[in-house]
Design a protein around this ligand. Structure first.
Ligand code: BTN
Length: 269
């Protein structure tokens, strides 16, 4: 199925942010938007620079996985941020929360599977990939890559059929990408501004995590932990209660739900 190409002029007419997305680098086809954003960061790209592509030939996901990017179907972009250090770790909460809020403007309830998959009805609708660029030992830029399934049909591919969904599948009709991106960036910019002003993301984060209260297996870079996902801390890290009553902080890694129990979405937040 063919989809109309992204329309940057229309997107800019709809954009309500102060800076996010105002500097747009749009390419019909790239390897990965992460690489273009890295180049932009190294060449003095301003905070809020958005690298957007209609298609990626080497899209990548977390933990070395690949990311499927069919032509013009989805929102596929990397946002360049230059956060002060207290906000650095918050970006991993802000990005999926911004996606959740934008998806919900279409009338669909969304939740987050820790660390940053956005899900609808237990199926993945968006993924977030965060890469940090350092200079002289401190972070000089954060590259926040987001892939949001908009008009993609996951039922048409073996690797996505059982585990993924898209806005079009959930809505039963195609969705327009330009207003959706404008909305997502406005939510992102607002949450980022809140975080910079010292507002904690923890409550919003906690209220959206489908992972909490579940029996999980957390695969960290150096070990595997099993237990109940009890809570999160201020940085967004998952706190897992093991059978021997230890509370283990999981900062990075992957989590699988061992026995899935549905968690009711909140009424607000
Ligand atoms: C994941 O769930 O594993 C993260 C997926 C992130 C995909 C996005 S698409 C835009 C950006 N460019 C990439 O190559 N990856 C991210």
């Amino acid at each position: 199925m063919t989809h109309p190409p992204f329309d940057p002029t229309r997107f800019h007419a709809l954009l309500r942010t102060a800076s996010f997305g105002r500097n747009l680098i749009f390419e019909p086809i790239v390897g990965s938007t992460m690489d273009l954003a890295r180049d932009a960061a190294h060449h003095g790209g301003v905070e809020g620079t958005l690298v957007l592509a209609d298609e990626q030939t080497a899209g990548r996901g977390r933990l070395g996985r690949s990311w499927l990017t069919p032509p013009a179907a989805n929102l596929t972009f990397t946002l360049l941020l230059r956060p002060p250090s207290p906000v650095l770790r918050q970006v991993a909460m802000i990005a999926p929360l911004a996606v959740v809020h934008a998806v919900e403007e279409t009338g669909i309830r969304a939740m987050i599977k820790w660390p940053n998959d956005v899900q609808v009805g237990g199926k993945k609708i968006a993924g977030v990939l965060i890469e940090t660029e350092s200079e002289g030992g401190s972070a000089s830029a954060v590259l926040c890559g987001i892939g949001l399934n908009v008009n993609f049909d996951p039922r048409a591919h073996d690797e996505t059929r059982e585990i993924a969904t898209s806005l079009a599948v959930e809505l039963g009709r195609e969705a327009e990408r330009e207003p959706l991106l404008a909305s997502l960036l406005l939510h992102f910019e607002r949450l980022y501004g809140d975080a910079k002003a010292g507002v904690s993301m923890r409550d919003g984060w906690r209220s959206r995590l489908v992972t909490l209260g579940q029996q999980v297996r957390a695969t960290m870079p150096d070990r595997v932990v099993e237990g109940v996902a009890e809570d999160v801390d201020d940085t967004g890290a998952l706190l897992v209660r093991t059978p021997d009553n230890q509370l283990v902080t999981v900062e990075a890694g992957d989590v699988t739900l061992r026995r899935w129990r549905p968690r009711a979405p909140p009424r607000d937040a």
